[in-house]
Design a protein around this ligand. Sequence first.
Ligand code: C2E
Ligand code: MG
Ligand code: MG
Ligand code: MG
Length: 282
Amino acid sequence: KAKELGRNTFAFFQEDMQSLSDARLKMEKSLYRAVKNEEFEVYYQPQNNEKGEIIGAEALLRWDDKDMGRVSPMDFIGIAEDIGLIHDIGRIVLKQATSQVATWLQQGVWQEDWRISINVSPLQFAHESLIDDIMLALTKSSLPAKLMDIEITENTLMTDLDSALSKMEKIRSLGISLSIDDFGTGYSSLKYLKDLPIDRLKIDQSFVRDLIADKDDYAIVLAVIAMANALSLKVLAEGVETNEHFKQLKLMGCYTYQGYYFGRPMCAVDFESFCENSSAAL
Ligand code: C2E
Ligand code: MG
Ligand code: MG
Ligand code: MG
């Protein structure tokens, strides 16, 4: 009896695995096609200062598959890394974002002191072509390097610190700034903050969400802000969804923000009118 049950369980397990790998294979196939046809679109989410003025935007990738519909980057970036497509995808993001921002700059939609933040995953950062990819995108678009910010996570620093450090220095020497994304959620050492050429910490949204109600989150956010200020690092709070978040963060000494309260990630056309309306409102 037990043996039978065991066999059944195994059969179910096998079936589950089968459908899992079917879904996975379908996703991989779709990703290859999406890269080939460049079915990706960069969205832009504003970053704001304490007056509510725009100081830049983060480039966030969107993919609408013809069968699966919109697939979240959380669901496809990891797979793209596994099958080696992340570098092509990264180049698409760099190309789209730099040419779009360069156009906006010419049109006066984008201001010279705004920065465009580009996400680079640990695997992308470790790849030998990263610096060339960035420089090519900047050259082709004629976008000044000082308008670009690269977002890496703490985990990027874990694998090969020496090569990460020299790459960071190279990026900084081009005039590009560096942010640590999702700060507080990865494996990091305070020593990195002291030694590495970092411009900004982005406090992860998981600490911001319950900032008002949860005294532990409050304490963490306050400590990160104090530490950033003491180390002369800029600090931005992610996931700012309400006026309460905004007011509280300002009281705590954090003066730059990103979140639904200020604006959602928008396609280029929407971001453009968003900028026009917000400059008209000032
Ligand atoms: P991230 O870099 O931390 O980006 C912030 C995420 O938080 C975005 O999710 C954004 O839409 C979301 N968000 C912004 N404001 C709020 C808010 O007020 N409340 C809440 N609940 N969420 C907010 P998204 O666009 O789904 O991206 C998820 C992650 O996927 C990103 O996290 C980033 O790690 C990755 N990703 C996105 N685009 C790229 C890309 O071009 N390259 C790479 N390597 N990764 C990317
Ligand atoms: Mg980011
Ligand atoms: Mg983040
Ligand atoms: Mg995140």
